[in-house]
Design a protein around this ligand. Structure first.
Ligand code: A2P
Length: 257
């Protein structure tokens, strides 16, 4: 297990019967960039059982944070959801991923488009002061089936706006747009449909998407990514990756089914 650190769970918060988040200690030597993911897990029958998880914390923070779905018969999440403060958790030492500020060309606005637990890497980016230095506005769009599933994102944004240091950036530059598809809410509809119709931009008081000014990061289900990628490419956006900065970048939300 030389490529794994053993950390200690600090706090566990259950948001719905399907979603929870938890914090853990951080090895001071563990380095990552906002938007990256790493393998995390538990020892099962003496062997590490690991899955990829986005880091829902910023590089300057001294604790790690993760946002997870609970799958009743999922090999790892059925166990992870039982975590209690004080329990050990394995954390891979080699974070990676494409949702990096460096993989985008400079721009005016940064759209972070997430569905479900795809929110996690954007928590990290929304806490990164560099994001606010590079962009005038960060627009965090989170689509869920039900209102209760928005709670973690709402909590993160409220904490950011009240934060001693980051609050100054977040209260003026961070726009939050939660939307729900399966019950009444002030914003309704899929992220893709809201962009296609222009409703999202009208609600935010922003111009329609323009590759000259806007940069986009996507994280969600494979179908959400396919549909959003198609929408962006029809608007002349191009996908970036390591060492090839472009106008949008993509990561699938890691999910145990
Ligand atoms: P819907 O209720 O219409 O399926 P899930 O929990 O299944 O990952 O879904 C999270 C959110 O993503 C839901 O609001 C869901 O809407 C929405 N969604 C599902 N598929 C897509 C897609 N292809 N493009 C955009 N949003 C999607």
């Amino acid at each position: 297990m030389s490529n794994l650190n053993t950390e200690t769970v600090l706090e566990v918060r259950h948001w719905t019967d399907r979603l929870f988040s938890f914090t853990a200690t951080r090895d001071p030597a563990f380095r990552f960039k906002s938007g990256q993911f790493t393998m995390i897990g538990l020892p099962v029958d003496e062997k590490p059982l690991l899955r990829a998880y986005s880091l829902a914390c910023a590089p300057h923070e001294d604790q790690l944070e993760f946002f997870s779905i609970k799958v009743p018969d999922g090999p790892l999440t059925s166990r992870l959801q039982m975590l209690q403060p004080g329990d050990p958790i394995l954390v891979g030492r080699r974070p990676t991923g494409t949702l990096l500020l460096d993989n985008l060309k400079p721009g005016k606005r940064l759209y972070l488009l997430a569905t479900g637990t795809g929110l996690a890497p954007f928590v990290s980016i929304a806490k990164d002061p560099e994001a606010y230095e590079r962009f005038e506005h960060i627009i965090l769009v989170h689509g869920c089936r039900e209102v209760a599933e928005l709670a973690y994102g709402e909590d993160v944004v409220a904490a950011l706006k009240a934060h001693d240091f980051l609050g100054e950036y977040a209260s003026t530059q961070l726009l939050h747009y939660p939307t729900v598809t399966r019950e009444p809410f002030r914003n309704r509809g899929r992220v893709t449909d809201l962009m296609e119709s222009g409703q999202l931009f009208a609600d935010l008081g922003l111009p329609d998407l323009d590759p000259a000014f806007d940069r986009v990061m996507l994280c969600g289900s494979p179908q959400m990514i396919a549909d959003t990628r198609d929408l962006l490419e029809r608007r002349a956006f191009a996908e970036g990756a390591g060492h090839r900065p472009e106008t949008f970048v993509v990561e699938k939300a890691f999910a145990e089914r």
